[in-house]
Each structure stands twice: as structure tokens, then as C-alpha cells.
Design a protein around this ligand. Structure first.
Ligand code: TA6
Length: 303
């Protein structure tokens, strides 16, 4: 029996959940709860690529140009950044992938469960020779995703090193928007941010965030909920965080979109990243055998 057939026989829920060979022949879990929602998550990177509450349009953005290979992250959906965010010092740590290794590793299905109003998928990743070579820490990562009228993603990290370990993490969520130039992002007013498009200078946010150029900001020491108001799709996307002290806002705009081979040149107006994170000055220092759980809860409502 193939791996897919074996996974499907162990974890499928008739009428609601199937395990299939999807893009790039990568194994994926398809969820379809009539009257509630549909969704998709790949074992590759424990990567959620779709979530659509009944009666709403797809909430997550996925590039038409995304690659579907074991050694590359999927472009769009919710890539997991762990155990570092962004690039690593290439001299000190050669061969370190951007945003860590979690999003390009094959995760294992721990469980898939159904309630009358939800499907919950639990995937796990443990250290192996390749992760130990990059980051010598014995760890367990668990990504638990509840697909319902809301999307709840919970990333739990535990390690068995002898001393506290500093790490960074992000649920790097790509949202589908009608036109990024028209959206307003509220909830960050008064927060300090690192502006990665302006030599990483620190600045203060006054009022709503709007997007009129390449935008790449790490908002610091903020646990606030965020609302994306999208007049074109006539909807609000509400994003609540748990145990995440940073929020990242990113849109590549024209030139950066063109420079990414897995990102269509004309796709940038239709996506916006608002990322739940612990990164930079908000990195976490975690004691051994103490679980740290960061979570994101997403809901959609009419505007
Ligand atoms: O979260 C924003 C960011 O750090 C940007 O600087 C950009 O690099 C983006 O992530 C995407 O990174 P990726 O490695 O997925 O192309």
C-alpha cells in the first residue's frame, strides 16, 4: 500500500477529510465540512494552503507560480518560520535556509479529529540529522490547526537541551485581498516597528497601516488583534494572536514581486502578509521541557 493510501486509511474521515497526493505529488489533507468550511494542509512544512468558510471567498492567498518541491517552501498560505526568522548570518551559519527549516521538512500526521463544528489536524516534527547540523537542539514541534468557521493555528515548541534556547517563529500568513492599495490594517497604531525597507530603522506607527509601496515591517511588543478591512472584497479579516509579541506586515510590491520566480509579476496587489511572530527583539528564550505555544485565530466578516 502506498504511503498516501496508508495515511488515507489511517486518518481519512468519510465525507469530511481525505489524504491525497496533491500538487507536486506532495501529500495533502483536504478538508470539506459542508455548511462549515473547506481547507487544505500539506505535510510539507505543515503548510496550510487554503481555508474557505462556507459562504465566504477563499481567505488565504496562494501564488499561481508556487513551486511544489521538497526543498522549497510553498509560496502563499501559511509558511511556518522556525527556529529563526529571515536570513541567518551566512558566515557564522552557512547553508542556513531563509526563515529556518520547519517549512521545508516533511511533517507527520499525529491525529485528525472531527467535532460537529470543526476538523482539527495535528502534525508534528522532531529534530533529525539535518536539523541538528543546522541547529543542535533536540526538539518537538506540533502544529495543530482547527478548520471551522474560524481558522485556529497553534504552534507548540518543546526542547530537551540542557540550557534555555533562544528561537524565533512566525505563522507567515498570506491573506487574499481585492487590491492591497485599498486595504486598511488597524490594530497597530502606537506600536514601534522595524522598517526593513529603510535600513531597518525603528519608527512609530500612527493610525492605520496602508500599503502604497514595498512594505516590510516588524511591529514590536504588540499583542493586539489586527483587522484587515478590504473594500474590494467587502470583508474584514480579524486576526487574534496568543503568545506572540511581534506582528509582521509585508507586501513585496512591483520590483520584489518580479524578482521572485515563484511569485507572479501581477500578483502583488492581491496579497497581504500579516504574520503572527516572535522575532528580532521579541525572540523567545525557552527553558528545557517547557512547552511554548503561539497561536493565531482568523475570522472573516462582511464589511
Ligand atoms: O515576512 C516578510 C519577509 O521576511 C520578507 O522580508 C520576505 O523575505 C518574505 O518574508 C518572504 O520570504 P521568503 O523566504 O518566503 O521569500
Amino acid at each position: 500500500m502506498s504511503d498516501i493510501a496508508s495515511l488515507n486509511s489511517r486518518f481519512a474521515i468519510p465525507g469530511a477529510v481525505s489524504v491525497v497526493s496533491s500538487n507536486g505529488n506532495l501529500p495533502a489533507i483536504h478538508i470539506n465540512k459542508p455548511g462549515l468550511c473547506s481547507g487544505t494542509i500539506y505535510l510539507h512544512g505543515a503548510h496550510v494552503t487554503a481555508w474557505k468558510p462556507e459562504g465566504a471567498e477563499e481567505v488565504l492567498w496562494l501564488s499561481q507560480k508556487s513551486g511544489w518541491q521538497n526543498d522549497k517552501p510553498i509560496r502563499g498560505g501559511v509558511p511556518l518560520c522556525f527556529p529563526w526568522f529571515g536570513p541567518r548570518n551566512s558566515t557564522e551559519y552557512p547553508n542556513s535556509p531563509m526563515h529556518g527549516f520547519a517549512r521545508t521538512k516533511p511533517w507527520s500526521i499525529e491525529s485528525i479529529s472531527e467535532s460537529p463544528t470543526s476538523i482539527t489536524v495535528s502534525l508534528s516534527l522532531q529534530n533529525d540529522a539535518s536539523t541538528m547540523a543546522l541547529w543542535p537542539v533536540p526538539f518537538m514541534l506540533r502544529h495543530r490547526i482547527t478548520f471551522s468557521r474560524e481558522l485556529i493555528m497553534s504552534l507548540e515548541f518543546t526542547h530537551a537541551a540542557k540550557t534555555p534556547i533562544p528561537f524565533e517563529e512566525a505563522q507567515h500568513t498570506y491573506f487574499a485581498v481585492g487590491d492591497v492599495r485599498e486595504v486598511k490594517i488597524s490594530g497597530l497604531s502606537g506600536a514601534r516597528y522595524i522598517d526593513k525597507t529603510d535600513n531597518f530603522n525603528e519608527k512609530d506607527q500612527a493610525g492605520d497601516v496602508t500599503i502604497s509601496a514595498e512594505t516590510d515591517r516588524v511591529y514590536l511588543n504588540t499583542t493586539s488583534a489586527i483587522t484587515i478591512s478590504d473594500p474590494v472584497k467587502r470583508r474584514r479579516i480579524n486576526i487574534q494572536k496568543e503568545n506572540a509579541d511581534a506582528t509582521v506586515v509585508w507586501n513585496p510590491w512591483i520590483a520584489k514581486a518580479k524578482a521572485m520566480p515563484d511569485f507572479g509579476d501581477e500578483e502583488w496587489p492581491h496579497m497581504l502578509c500579516v504574520e503572527t511572530a516572535n522575532a528580532g527583539p521579541n525572540a523567545v528564550n525557552l527553558a528545557p521541557n517547557q512547552p511554548h505555544v503561539m497561536a493565531t485565530r482568523i475570522a472573516v466578516s462582511p464589511l
